[in-house]
Write a protein that binds this ligand. Structure first.
Ligand code: GCW
Length: 687
């Protein structure tokens, strides 16, 4: 999505020409700093788009770029020029020569870009290039002032050093092979550029499941390579983190305990931090998955998660490091016969009462939903429920449960649903996005993080259209108020050209894709029904009699999980009253979450007016049909897209159609056989 296609239309170049021939930069240029990257991206981007090579003059001063004649730019005055800027902020003024005259054919006269720092300038350059890529006929806006809403905008790689990627659907790791860190490559630099272009400012570079080899990333043999990697990201203003193994004192240090209150353990981590920061002074800190899915943690020693997180936080504090402590803690050895344990309750039950006990340099990282990145979940009730504890929300860009980058599923609308959710935890308006931005509670560190979806496939993301999710996450992390259609339109235009039939169709397809994926998979918020371990294809009872706490409880009369306070697991009680009362009542609970919160008969009538069983049948049929219609429409656009991408997308859509058909028939047949209730419309079910 960095503009790559040369403009063919000479008129376009004429419109922008005054900005493209002459650039004056004012900054203290450090060769490895984000300011240098900003200049490189700007000059390179202009050249790529237009073929022009701007002349560059460098002067000392604050981070500022003038495109076009500095003399005319000097006439631009006013408050706007002197406004103090936050570090990551930028202001961009594009002066049109005939602002009041010929609106149909505006021509740029000059542009001034000021950054709050070199990083702000870099974000501004990418914004300008995005503008050129999406509004080549001349910018619609001429004064833009932007600052990111979320302080932390982070990407988590689940890459292993053997070169595999946990839940990776786009090839192998771009960072590792054969238990080594790969040398600097265009791929790694390209990734840093992609991330910076949408405003990402932090990355953790190894899987949260830290196995034996990855545990050694914090040892002297690997730290020089870690430093190399960190330097690449540093050039793009991105701070690097490592996932750390809680049991490192045992595995590396030869201690016989990792007890967080043990003095030797504390001492070991303090020395380790000293060694790490001597090698990589700019390291962001650690991401830690502890006591989660069989990973080691403080529970082994009878300690809680505040003890565990603070141990590491104290070690990192002298160097300004942060501990991102994940809250994905639940019983993964549950007995399915036990109806009283509810996995959805776990994070809240483990963490909520620890509020106030975490150090200031700890951030709790909480998955968006209480289960695990399903196609539909309510917002995690833990988010915002600990006013004295820094928090970030974790999303998954990798489509583990949403089509694995074989089926198209644009997740921006799903993430927005979470971000817009009002928790009411500090009165009305306590939305997730406001909490993440640090505006509801006095957080000192907060924001959003997400599991990456890239690998070493040529097109980065397996499915070409899955790039839109990475792009969209960055754009939303920067500004959660951006609308889904704006983000989809931006990506489509940058990728398939402005106003082209292919771009228009792709934009529509993206926006329809999450509801469509939901409509042929697990119904009404109940989740799962996937093949165990792989999580792609349908297996309605795949997780029903397992140890994972992931059940739908379908029987011959009804389906769903009773999480009410009155008769269920009481999970509903973890929400503020305003949400609790809605979720508690089957009549008020939104349809799309009904089976997450309630066990109801198949004959229960939804707000939509349909019974649950008829909804199951109808939406499975509609979802599968919709994919067929996408294929027909995409075929019509064959001459509109380049052949390679046309075919790639066609093949993926055909695969998706197969998957949707299988889901449709398995789910519908399953529920027909369970309930004995026929389809009102008498479509094909397999009795
Ligand atoms: O969704 C589950 C995945 C695991 C993952 C875990 C987590 C990295 O199936 O592969 O482990 O979540 O988030 O820790």
């Amino acid at each position: 999505w960095l503009p790559a296609d040369r403009w063919q239309d000479p008129e376009r170049i004429e419109r922008w020409r005054p900005l493209l021939e002459r650039i004056e930069a004012r900054m203290e240029l450090r060769p490895e700093g984000p300011g240098a990257s900003a200049l490189q991206e700007l000059v390179g981007g202009i050249k790529m788009l237009t073929g022009l090579s701007p002349s560059l003059t460098l002067k000392a001063g604050s981070p500022l770029l003038i495109l076009g004649s500095p003399e005319s730019a000097a006439r631009s005055s006013g408050e706007w020029n002197t406004l103090p800027l936050a570090e990551e902020a930028y202001v961009l003024r594009i002066k049109m020569a005939d602002e009041d005259g010929n609106q149909a054919c505006p021509k740029a006269e000059y542009a001034i870009l000021r950054g709050g720092s070199e990083r702000g300038l870099l974000y501004g350059v990418f914004a300008l290039l995005r503008l050129m890529g999406t509004q080549p006929h001349g910018p619609r806006e001429s004064d833009i002032a932007e600052a990111p809403r979320n302080p932390l905008r982070m990407i988590d790689q689940w890459d292993n050093m053997d070169g595999s990627v946990e839940r990776g659907y786009s090839g192998g790791s771009i960072f590792y092979r054969d238990n080594r860190i790969l040398p600097e490559s265009d791929r790694i630099i390209g990734y840093a550029r992609l991330l910076a272009s949408v405003g990402i400012n932090a990355i953790s570079v190894n899987n949260v499941n830290v196995h034996r080899e990855e545990t050694k990333l914090i040892t002297s043999s690997l730290l020089p390579d870690v430093k190399r990697l960190s330097d690449i990201f540093g050039r793009y203003g991105i701070r690097m983190f490592l996932s750390a193994n809680y049991a490192a004192p045992l595995e590396l240090g030869g201690l016989d305990t990792a007890d967080p209150l043990n003095e030797d353990v504390k001492q070991w981590w303090r020395r380790k931090a000293e060694e790490i920061y001597a090698a990589v002074p700019e390291l962001g800190g650690f991401v830690v998955k502890a006591d989660s899915e069989n990973r080691p943690g403080p529970f082994t020693y009878g300690r809680d998660h505040a003890d565990g997180a603070n141990l590491l936080a104290d070690a990192l504090a002298p160097y300004g490091g942060t501990v991102m402590w994940r809250c994905f803690v639940y019983d993964c050895h549950q007995d399915w016969r036990d109806r009283s344990t509810d996995r959805a309750r776990a994070a809240y039950d483990h963490f909520r009462d620890l509020d106030g006990r975490f150090r200031d340099n700890v951030i709790l990282q909480i998955k968006n939903g209480p289960m695990d990145f399903q196609v539909r979940e309510p917002v995690s009730p833990l988010f915002g429920a600990m006013p004295q504890t820094n928090q970030v929300m974790e999303f998954q860009i990798a489509q583990e449960y949403t089509g694995q980058q074989r089926d198209v599923c644009f997740l921006v609308p799903q993430w927005k649903k979470s971000l817009d959710f009002d928790t009411f935890l500090n009165g009305a308006g306590s939305t997730v996005k406001q909490i993440a931005a640090g505006k509801v509670h006095p957080f000192t560190r907060s924001g959003v993080a997400a599991v990456s979806n890239i690998g070493d496939d040529d097109n980065w993301t397996g499915h070409h259209l899955a790039q839109a999710n990475l792009f969209g996450f960055g754009r939303l992390a920067w500004n959660p108020d951006l609308e889904s259609d704006v983000i989809a339109a931006e990506w489509s235009a940058l990728t398939f050209g402005v106003d082209t039939p292919a771009a228009k169709f792709v934009e529509e397809l993206l926006l329809e894709s999450w509801p469509v994926y939901e409509s042929y998979t697990a119904p009404l918020g109940v989740g799962w029904m996937v093949q165990p371990h792989y999580h792609y294809a349908v297996d309605v009872d795949g997780y029903e009699y397992s140890k994972w706490g992931t059940y739908h409880f379908a029987d011959r009369t009804g389906i769903g999980v009773d999480r009410t306070m009155a008769t269920g697991t009481g999970y509903v009680g973890q929400y503020a009253a305003e949400n609790r009362d809605i979720y508690e009542s089957p009549a008020e609970c939104p349809d799309e979450l009904l089976l997450f919160f309630h066990h109801v008969p198949y004959t229960h009538v939804l707000k939509s007016g349909k019974t649950v069983i008829q909804h199951i049948y109808d939406s499975r049929f509609e979802g599968a049909e919709k994919v067929e219609r996408w294929i027909a429409r995409w075929r019509e656009l064959e001459s509109e897209a380049d052949h390679e991408r046309f075919l790639h997308i066609l093949r993926r859509l055909e695969g998706q159609a197969e998957n949707a058909k299988q889901w449709r028939d398995v789910v519908n047949t399953y529920f027909y056989r369970k309930s004995g209730i026929p389809d009102e419309r008498e479509r094909m079910l397999y009795a």
